[in-house]
Design a protein around this ligand. Structure first.
Ligand code: 8YV
Length: 314
């Protein structure tokens, strides 16, 4: 028997975080259970804490199986996969890892943007595959610096993207619910912004409020050949419209870190040579994932010790 409180670990975590958690909690590895309903039925009543990832969240059915749950701690900034309404109804606080991954995700957005403009992976393949020696120089690519950038969602990550893009002399526009005290061009929605930018970077939070925010109409309103980068959530863009626009050339290139149905994404993406793909890895460095694990645990320990939560989600 142990008097450590039980934490249900819904999303897979690095061993370092499981070990750190085990010092003060009884770790229940739901993520590796073969029969998840049976695992919940067996342990559900003992669970006081939940740890989950952005991709896994926690749904109403899982919540219902945890009658003594006190808190949900997310290893992510995005909590769109957490049933926040159900948590609110039961007064279960939810925490995220806001702040510690902002710059990492912004770095990935710029890497994807540069890769898409300059077709870095295609150049790499050109060298590796022997085309350089056999056929000579590869086709010219497009310049990035000085091009007009539109940011969909100017939260912390959007602002970090803008800061970096300033270094590339890119005039910056943004769309969002409200105008901010910031010297970038403001548009109330992506549709109004689209004709005025050469590249769109999607940084808006996921969830029902932003589903298909970057719609077929938005994509059609971009200048022909525009570039799309998504480091937010697959749900924020109308994916079928992205695929159609890549086929037609309306989108000239794309850099995508997030998709619908991860990790079993639409296989059509792998067939586009001008699309740079990442496996939802924008925050995936040792440094940042370490900081995310530490912050998630710090929130759990704060709750256990009766101290204020560090990063509660409103
Ligand atoms: C992570 C993320 O890939 O923070 C988020 O919202 O999507 C990413 O940082 C993920 O949540 C880690 O599980």
């Amino acid at each position: 028997m142990t008097d450590k409180p039980a934490v249900l670990v819904i999303g897979h975590l690095p061993q370092r975080d499981l070990d750190a958690m085990a010092r003060r909690f009884t770790v229940l590895e739901y993520f590796s259970a073969a029969d998840k309903p049976a695992f919940l039925a067996k342990h559900g009543a003992s669970v006081r804490f939940v740890s989950t990832r952005g991709e896994t969240g926690i749904n109403a059915e899982q919540l219902a199986a945890l009658p003594n749950l006190e808190i949900v701690a997310c290893y992510a900034v995005g909590t769109d996969m957490v049933d926040l309404a159900a948590c609110r109804a039961r007064k279960i606080p939810v925490t995220n890892t806001a702040g510690v991954l902002t710059d990492e995700v912004a770095d990935m957005a710029l890497a994807l943007l540069l890769s898409a403009f300059r077709q870095i992976p295609a150049g790499d393949a050109w060298v590796r595959g022997g085309d350089w020696a056999a056929k000579g120089s590869m086709a010219l690519q497009r310049r990035m610096y000085g091009k007009r950038l539109g940011i969909v969602g100017l939260g912390a990550i959007g602002r970090a993207v803008a800061k970096r893009a300033e270094g590339f002399a890119m005039p910056i526009a943004y769309s969002g619910r409200s105008k901010q005290d910031i010297p970038y061009a403001y548009y109330p929605d992506p549709l109004a912004m689209a004709p005025h930018v050469d590249a769109l970077v999607v940084c808006a939070a996921g969830g029902p409020a932003t589903r298909n925010l970057v719609s077929a109409a938005v994509i059609a309103a971009l200048p022909k050949g525009a570039i799309l980068v998504n480091v937010a959530r697959g749900t924020v863009v109308e994916e079928a419209a992205v695929i159609a626009a890549l086929r037609s050339g309306q989108l000239g290139a794309a850099g995508l870190d997030v998709f619908l149905n991860e990790p079993a994404i639409d296989p059509v993406f792998a067939g586009f040579p001008n699309v740079v793909l990442q496996p939802h890895a924008a925050s995936a460095t040792y440094e940042t994932r370490g900081a995310m694990g530490d912050l998630m645990l710090a929130n759990m320990e704060a709750w256990l010790d009766g101290r204020p939560l560090l990063t509660p989600v409103a």
